[in-house]
Design a protein around this ligand. Structure first.
Ligand SMILES: *[C@@H]1O[C@H](CO)[C@@H](O)[C@H](O)[C@H]1NC(C)=O
Ligand SMILES: *[C@@H]1O[C@H](CO)[C@@H](O)[C@H](O)[C@H]1NC(C)=O
Ligand SMILES: *[C@@H]1O[C@H](CO)[C@@H](O)[C@H](O)[C@H]1NC(C)=O
Length: 345
């Protein structure tokens, strides 16, 4: 987005130069002085912009955001008091929490963020959330107390609700088409990928998800049931009730989703990364370029091995079992597509 916007600035300036030139030829010295001052001011803005400090850009982003939220009556069946989705967070002193849903492309994001950190002179602490904190709120709190800010932490955690006690927390996440995610998770747990070849749970399962779905009782079926619920459970949070996936869980997941600054989608990774820059301009500005540099290598080594294309019937069957998941996916899509329009991504 910044790239696009800068480009627009340039186009704007080049056409302006031409009209400046025409006007200057036909005007008196004090008019030239006025233009000189204007040109100086433009230069000042360009310099500020290159330092990431452009007040106009900030004000514009905020204006676009506010105008848009008012003009579009976004879905609000959640009782949530403040929607953070798509709202830029300026400054650097944040704790970014990325509670990764498995098989959604998170490694592409984390590799890009790490490259960003490597090439940055300002510190951003990257941490993996420890296993024992993933679903234990008090351990999670202990963990984040110890980390200096700014920080970016990542792991398969249940949503940790710090809305009231840690205003510096920024939530980000990525979701994927529910059936594709389940299928990917199944084959990943059997075969892994180049980056993660450790033996996974699935070494005794049918190597074809269709054969598993024909069984009536098998560990592979339990695994599929688990994958089907994982997204809603993670967005629902640490509450005991979140372990059962029902309408209550869905409702809580939607409420929490609006506390995220960004939930991207796997099928639009490129846009997701551009959006990440926009919502954290001072902390992660430029991370899209890091993503472009690293994405092919990451994608090559994180393609789940031996993944088979399932039949239309299998897709239909899984889809019918995952109505709540699709309701959530569609809910997020509304916000994500809206964010894209708002920032012209
Ligand atoms: C959503 O609805 C609730 C309850 O009607 C209301 O209190 C809240 O302000 C609304 N939130 C937004 C962002 O409009
Ligand atoms: C979470 O961890 C604390 C110790 O930090 C422990 O006392 C508590 O029982 C744990 N809670 C759950 C639900 O496991
Ligand atoms: C990724 O794989 C493609 C196709 O196999 C190959 O053309 C490309 O060079 C690979 N890229 C990297 C960075 O490994």
């Amino acid at each position: 987005m910044f790239k696009l916007q800068k480009k627009r600035y340039y186009e704007f300036r080049i056409s302006d130069m031409i009209s400046f030139h025409l006007v200057i030829r036909s005007c008196r010295p004090n008019t030239i002085l006025v233009f000189g001052v204007l040109a100086g001011f433009l230069l000042y803005l360009v310099v500020l912009d290159s330092l990431g400090l452009d007040p106009v850009r900030r004000a514009t982003n905020d204006l676009i955001y506010n105008a848009h939220s008012q003009e579009h009556n976004l879905v609000n069946d959640t009782g949530s008091s403040e929607i953070k989705f798509g709202r830029p967070a300026f400054g650097r002193n944040y704790l970014v929490i990325f509670n990764v849903i498995p098989k959604t492309g998170s490694r592409s994001v984390n590799v890009a963020v790490n490259r960003h950190i490597l090439h940055s002179t300002e510190k951003l602490h990257f941490h993996i959330i420890p296993d024992d904190a993933l679903s234990n709120m008090s351990k999670f709190e202990d963990f984040i107390e110890k980390i200096p800010r700014p920080a970016y932490i990542s792991g398969h955690a249940m949503f940790p609700d710090f809305e009231k006690i840690h205003p510096e927390v920024i939530y980000v996440n990525i979701i994927r088409d529910p059936v594709s995610r389940v299928i990917s998770n199944y084959y990943f747990d059997i075969f892994g990928d180049d980056m993660d070849a450790a033996p996974h749970a699935g070494n005794t399962w049918p190597v074809n998800i269709e054969d598993c779905l024909k069984l009536t009782k098998d560990p592979c079926l339990d695994a599929i049931k688990y994958y089907q619920g994982v997204t809603l459970r993670q967005f629902c949070g640490m509450n005991e009730r979140c372990r059962n996936v029902d309408r209550w869980t869905l409702r809580r997941a939607k409420q929490n989703a609006l506390k995220y600054s960004l939930i991207g989608v796997t099928s639009e990774m490129d846009t997701t990364m551009k959006a990440l820059e926009i919502i954290l301009p001072d902390l992660l500005g430029g991370v899209y370029a890091d993503f472009v540099q690293t994405q092919n290598a990451v994608r090559n080594s994180t393609i789940t091995k031996n993944k088979r294309k399932p039949s239309a019937e299998t897709i239909q069957l899984l889809r019918e079992q995952m109505k709540l998941q699709y309701e959530f996916y569609d809910f997020i899509q509304v916000y994500f597509q809206d964010l894209k329009r708002r920032y012209r991504l």
